[in-house]
Write a protein that binds this ligand. Structure first.
Ligand code: GTP
Length: 309
């Protein structure tokens, strides 16, 4: 079966995969497809020879949400998909959701990987080879999460070296509603974003749907812009001539060491030659008419056993 916008053949799962909204709900329900380990073979897996699967740069966008535990990655994902705030969750599940969106009057099949790294970006290949954009999240009321997200930015920058195209990164300060407990000034977030060539936003998953939607849509716009520009390969900037260590080596360094003497001022693209490891993920299809002008109320379906308020 060919997925819209995918351009390559999808492996048939060993069971029927629901794709419609047979419930009669005004909006297609969140359809759980227990494809699980098959996800990487369906969507993001580079082909033999290292090429990324053919996918329309305007029709499809893979977004991975990264960050330390508890910063609100799941809450942001579900807020974007359902307009609702999740208060309870299973922190160990990693899911990928697919939502049909309309961004600037152009349809896009937006796939969102809500990652669940236990100890930082140690096992990052699954999303480095899959995503066309990254949202790196910290919590404005948790400085450690801000420091942790620097590790993600470093990994992304390291991975981008020597790659053939650019991959946008958006740095998000979440929990903006916790202003009175803020530990990370907005200026620091902005400064870090500038240092890594990212966009920077502050949002609240529990309050502000428009702001959350904006960053996801902005990720799509960035992917489109870069596809249109067809940016030539440009080496990352480095303030010192010293070569950077490979990602795996850098990851082995204690966090306090940071990068080996490198300062990044921009991010290049992911090298899709790496085949992602098996994603511990489910494929969940969320068909949304959210972006239509007459938005219909979403039908509530529990995600990951979450309680949705
Ligand atoms: N006040 C407030 N709480 C939030 C916000 N976003 C998430 N939370 C809460 O923060 C906690 C963690 O949220 P999650 O979405 O599970 O965080 P996560 O980054 O997915 O965490 P892991 O799955 O462990 O990686 C939960 O108790 C959420 O209710 C927010 O914008 N404001």
């Amino acid at each position: 079966m060919l997925l819209p916008g995918c351009g390559w053949k999808r492996a048939d799962p060993p069971f029927p995969v629901p794709t419609g909204d047979g419930s009669g709900c005004p909006m297609s329900p969140h359809v759980f497809s227990p494809i699980g380990l098959r996800m990487s073979s369906v969507f993001g897996k580079p082909r033999a020879g290292g090429e990324r699967p053919p996918q329309s740069p305007l029709g499809e966008c893979n977004v991975a949400i990264l960050g330390c535990r508890g910063v609100g990655k799941s809450a942001l994902t579900v807020k974007f998909l359902t307009k609702r705030f999740i208060g309870e969750y299973d922190p160990n599940l990693e899911d990928t959701y697919t939502s049909e969106e309309l961004v600037d009057q152009q349809p896009v099949l937006l796939k969102v990987m809500d990652t669940a790294d236990e100890d930082g970006p140690g096992n990052c290949e699954r999303y480095l080879g899959w995503a066309s954009a990254f949202l790196v999240v910290y919590s404005i009321d948790d400085r450690r999460s801000f420091e942790g997200c620097q590790r993600y930015l470093e990994v992304l920058a390291l991975h981008a070296q020597g790659c053939q195209s650019r991959c946008p990164v958006l740095l998000l300060g979440n929990k903006l509603d916790m202003e009175e407990y803020r530990q990370v000034p907005a200026a620091e977030g902005l400064s870090l974003a500038h240092r890594f060539g990212c966009l920077h936003y502050e949002v609240s998953a529990c309050q502000d749907f428009t702001g959350v939607q904006r960053v996801f849509h902005e990720a799509v716009r960035e992917v489109r812009r870069r596809a249109q520009w067809n940016l030539p390969v440009r080496p990352l900037f480095i303030t010192e001539e010293r070569p950077c260590l490979p990602v795996a080596t850098a990851l082995a360094l204690p966090a306090r060491h940071g990068l080996p003497g490198c300062t990044f001022n921009t991010l290049s693209t992911v090298n899709y030659k790496e085949i992602p490891s098996v994603a511990q993920a489910k494929l969940v299809t969320v068909k949304s008419s959210r972006a239509q002008s007459k938005r219909k109320a979403p039908t509530l379906t529990l995600l990951k056993g979450f309680k949705i308020f």
